[in-house]
Design a protein around this ligand. Structure first.
Ligand code: FES
Length: 121
């Protein structure tokens, strides 16, 4: 059902929390399941210097948020925009089909945070 990586990231996420004085924030929700994700970014020289998340949702949403942060850290904003939900699911060692939308929600939250940064800078 869930991979070891998904369970481990759900139990011990490495990137959870808020970044005080974040340069950008992106928040999205899924109307159907009610899960909400918030992504905080610290940007330096067009690169994601730090990224954290706050997610109120299922195991897959939390593990996906954590994996997303891992994948985005250190990337330029444009590189980070190219992160696909399949990169997240691959990093997690796949997700059950009905949980794929949790990884998609992560990419939307990141996109929103980057758009927020671009519109403010
Ligand atoms: Fe909807 Fe996980 S069940 S984001």
């Amino acid at each position: 059902m869930y991979s070891k990586e998904t369970i481990e990231r759900f139990r011990n996420p490495k990137n959870t929390g808020e970044i005080p004085n974040a340069d950008a924030v992106g928040e999205v929700g899924n109307m159907k399941c009610g899960d909400v994700m918030k992504i905080y970014l610290k940007v330096e020289k067009n690169k994601i210097k730090d990224i954290k998340f706050q997610t109120y949702g299922c195991m897959a949403a939390i593990a996906s948020s954590d994996m997303l942060c891992e994948l985005a850290k250190g990337k330029t904003l444009d590189e980070a925009l190219n992160i696909k939900f399949s990169d997240i699911t691959k990093g997690l060692g796949e997700l059950p089909q009905i949980k794929i939308h949790c990884s998609v929600l992560g990419t939307h939250a990141l996109k929103k945070a980057i758009e927020n940064y671009k519109s403010n800078n």
